[in-house]
Design a binder for this molecule. Structure first.
Ligand code: FE2
Length: 280
């Protein structure tokens, strides 16, 4: 069976330097990523959103255009979702126009792999945290429910609800790391007929969390510095070869994992009730 290889990059954060994001390094690092992809043998690129660090509508249009110009040099198909910084001052439609690619929720086949790109509301304010908009959850259930083939589920915000212990941004702000409706999202994934592997950005570190048999991967930001003091220069190759998925993160913070690319849905046994309830 043919192997499908996808290059992944996310949280590019082109723009101003901040205490933990080297925004000024984003375009050179992105240019190198594009050159490496074009010299390699991947079927497509997935970009996970937060292409810029937002400043103002006019400035964000310039920043987005500069990122889009780099991405347009890719010699392979590219697929995008948008993140909270992309929509802070610009609409999803404006992002799609600048990218010249869709950013809405959709199902796409890359190589031999069914991919669902989920674009719920990613609007984020410090006071409000992350919340789904009406229709977002139904849209996810519909896209996942359409098909029983194994599916790669891509979103900007992670959908595992994984611990943020030690995360510079989110240890003390867990409501900004995932959606308030995370339990309903996980239930929708569990109810879908397809086995799912989920892939996201947003939290600026690379993790693997497995919940109820569903692996959730997150990819470190291209320009994040909070772990090593230097830009992580993170990108990844996701390779699916028969019944096996290989995930390999390159840059300063390496992570490599091998997972089953399961053909059939499985569930973990339901957790016990609280021990205080008297059960053993
Ligand atoms: Fe980000």
């Amino acid at each position: 069976m043919a192997t499908t290889r996808i290059a992944v990059v996310g949280d590019i954060h082109h723009g101003q330097d901040t205490p933990t994001k080297r925004g000024s390094a984003a375009l050179p690092l992105l240019s190198r990523f594009v050159a490496e992809v074009n010299a390699g043998t991947v079927d497509a690129v997935i970009e996970l959103g937060d292409r810029i660090s937002d400043e103002s509508p006019d400035r964000d249009r310039v920043l987005q255009r500069q990122v889009a110009e780099q991405l347009a040099r890719l010699a392979v198909p590219r697929h995008h979702v948008s993140g909270n910084h992309d929509v802070a001052c610009l609409s999803l439609a404006e992002n799609a126009t600048v990218l010249d690619r869709p950013t809405g929720s959709r199902a796409v086949v890359i190589g031999r792999i069914r991919c669902v790109f989920w674009q719920p509301d990613v609007g984020l304010s410090r006071a409000r945290g992350l919340h789904l908009a009406p229709g977002d959850l139904d849209g996810l259930a519909r896209l996942l429910g359409d098909d029983d083939r194994p599916t790669l589920l891509i979103s900007h915000v992670p959908l595992s609800g994984h611990a943020q212990t030690g995360n510079y941004y989110f240890e003390r702000n867990p409501g900004h790391a995932t959606y308030a409706e995370i339990a309903s999202i996980r239930a929708a994934i569990a109810a879908a007929p397809c086995p799912v592997v989920a892939l996201a950005g947003h939290v600026h570190w690379s993790t693997l969390t497995i919940v109820d048999g569903t692996p959730h991967l997150t990819l470190q930001s291209l320009t994040e510095t909070f772990i090593s003091g230097e830009p992580a220069e993170a990108a990844a190759i996701l390779e699916i070869d028969g019944d096996v998925l290989h995930w390999s993160v390159t840059g300063r913070e390496l992570l490599s994992v091998t997972l089953p690319w399961a053909r059939a849905k499985s569930h973990w046994r339901a957790p016990l009730p609280p021990f205080e309830a008297g059960l053993n």
